[in-house]
Design a protein around this ligand. Structure first.
Ligand code: URA
Length: 196
């Protein structure tokens, strides 16, 4: 039996390897009525230590791109496909992604965002339920069926990809700008985001 509180998971032991490797469950952060939800893969060491998604180097890249797009981190919701840190920062397995799938679906139902942005290949594939060539598809906007709802999804690179390949940085930043524009960020009549 999994304990939950709104979009948060309070206790879960579905994935034995992750129960071993995690220090805590890392839930999504940000307003629970955010217009924009960013979905990453799984917490890393920093996120596991602090209990918040994207607080390490990838998080700085994301924060910078948000700021350049006129958004503050606090204006958006940031979450992951899998809420517990995999051992040695390996990719989450298919079983682990499946075990955590209903938590993400429920979070999206609860927040009901205007746009979901997938950060990297694993979240892109989980959300779109198909193979995703993320470097080719970055910036594409598609509709996806998630937890019984049709949602608008923007495919984006993982911010870590821009750390190892600087040529990806511009495509990443452009996609974040596009996401802000799609939810009318800064235009209070079109958006549920605040003023920045
Ligand atoms: N990478 C992710 O996919 N998620 C995090 O929370 C941190 C790094």
């Amino acid at each position: 039996m999994v304990e939950t509180d709104g979009p948060d998971v309070c206790a879960c032991e579905r994935c034995p390897a992750l129960v071993e490797s995690r220090s805590r469950i890392v839930n999504g952060v940000g307003p629970d009525d955010a217009a924009l939800v960013f979905v990453g893969e799984a917490p890393g060491a920093n996120e596991d230590a602090e209990g918040e998604p994207f607080v390490g180097r990838s998080g700085s890249v994301l924060d910078d791109a948000l700021r350049d797009a006129g958004l503050a981190r606090a204006d958006v919701r940031i979450t992951n496909c899998v809420r517990c840190r995999p051992p040695e920062n390996r990719d989450p397995s298919a079983d682990e992604l499946d075990n955590c799938a209903d938590f993400l679906d429920r979070e999206l139902d609860y927040v009901d965002p205007d746009l979901v942005v997938t950060l990297g290949k694993v979240p892109g594939q989980r959300v779109l339920d198909r193979d995703v060539a993320v470097t080719k598809e970055v910036g594409s906007v598609v509709d996806a069926r998630l937890g019984g709802e049709s949602r608008r999804v923007l495919v984006c690179l993982h911010p870590a990809a821009t750390l190892y390949d600087r040529s990806q940085r511009e495509a990443f930043e452009d996609a974040i700008q596009q996401a802000a524009a799609l939810v009318g960020a800064g235009e209070s009549d079109q958006s549920r985001l605040g003023d920045y």
